[in-house]
Write a protein that binds this ligand. Structure first.
Ligand code: ZN
Length: 280
């Protein structure tokens, strides 16, 4: 395993971690101040500046862009909605290309309005993904399918396990490097098949995201913990990921409306760096 204690060279900040305090420019400057070499912006921040300007800003500051959050979410109630989702993914791919992102993160999306058919939502995700792959290939932007914890399956993300993501990739492209996965500790730590599925993912792993699972968790979406404050065995998980040969950055992504989003963002980044060195 890589020695994180000695260097921040593999650390990336997902801007969601400080989204209530900083815009994209402030997050970029914060990363530079704290010697954090990577960043993963969200689309609203990129769109606020304009993708070209955001790309120039990121390049000027020499940051590695580990991913753009987020697109996917293909399931919709009718053909018009499905096409709108595909068009939005085209735009997201173009934004990811403009900022030099190593991948575009895709979520499954939830059930369409009026539907209870999760099987259908999942097949809509597959169809949407197939529809945007040529655009991603032309733009040179790999698509990282990020399985989300099953508590989100109905409302937000119908892709919930690495097995599902790997099966989809096998079906749509197998060794096509335009498709991959993002492994997020918060979402996959519980999976009894985790070790086998991470090994199966191998070179498909385009991103590795960390935070922690708080006990108790007070909000299903916005109460993620700082690494070390919860129950996830992060070094174990990192060991599994790095055993595949993964040498990319480790992205810290914390949604925390009552705690980390209320703190001084410079304190947040200082603690992110310290925990990355000591508990990840
Ligand atoms: Zn994530």
């Amino acid at each position: 395993m890589r020695d994180l204690a000695g260097s921040l060279r593999w650390l990336s900040l997902n801007t969601a971690t400080v989204r209530e305090q900083w815009d994209l420019r402030q997050a970029v400057e914060g990363c530079v101040r704290h010697d954090i070499p990577g960043i993963a912006p969200w689309r609203d921040g990129v769109q606020a500046l304009g993708p070209a300007k955001a790309g120039a800003l990121l390049r000027e500051h020499g940051l590695t862009v580990t991913g753009l959050c987020r697109a996917g979410m293909f399931p919709a109630a009718d053909a018009t909605g499905r096409q709108a989702a595909i068009d939005d993914n085209f735009r997201a791919i173009d934004e990811a290309a403009a900022i030099g992102a190593q991948c575009l993160v895709l979520l499954g999306g939830g059930l369409p309005q009026g539907s209870k058919d999760l099987v259908d939502a999942r097949s809509q995700f597959r169809d949407g993904l197939a529809a945007v792959m040529p655009h991603a290939r032309a733009a040179g932007v790999p698509l990282a399918i990020e399985p989300l914890h099953p508590m989100y399956a109905l409302e937000r993300a119908c892709i919930n396990t690495l097995a599902q993501a790997n099966d989809l990739i096998d079906e749509l492209g197998s060794d096509d490097p335009i498709l991959g996965v993002a492994v997020d500790a918060y979402h996959v730590h519980w999976d009894p098949d985790l070790a086998a599925q991470i090994a199966r993912s191998g070179p498909r792993i385009l991103g590795f995201h960390v935070c922690d699972w708080l006990a108790p968790t007070r909000d299903m979406l916005l109460d993620r913990g700082m690494m070390g404050d919860g129950l996830i065995d992060l070094p174990h998980l990192r060991g599994l990921v790095e055993a595949t040969g993964y040498d990319g950055l480790i992205e810290v992504e914390i949604f925390s409306k009552d705690d980390w989003w209320r703190r001084d963002p410079d304190d947040v980044l200082r603690i992110v760096a310290e925990r990355y060195r000591t508990v990840v």
